[in-house]
Write a protein that binds this ligand. Sequence first.
Ligand SMILES: [Zn+2]
Ligand SMILES: [Zn+2]
Length: 121
Amino acid sequence: MEIQAAVIYHKGEKFKIEPVTLDEPKAGEVLVKMAASGICLTDIHVQNQEYFFPLPAVLGHEGSGIVEKVGEGVSTVKPGDPVVLGYAYCGKCQACLSGAPFECERLILHSPRKPAIESAA
Ligand SMILES: [Zn+2]
Ligand SMILES: [Zn+2]
């Protein structure tokens, strides 16, 4: 399906809001119809490559919406559920166990790998 996304191709450039192709949810993934989303400081750090994250990338990892579809093995949410989205965290490292998942030691490992961007622009 085609969606609108905030895409960045090169270090330091402005985000481009453009159509991209989104695959159906794979195992462990959830498709959410977004009601609201935003760009946070973490995305700005990625924009400036102060946090390494392979480019090109679709940024904006926070928001809220309604679950539309779930991939194989997903049991914690179902279509129709309202959800709030945040960054991925492991739930097992010292930071997570101390109530600071925003400092997860495995944050990047749990983030999506280099996304395949098929720009329609
Ligand atoms: Zn954030
Ligand atoms: Zn963690």
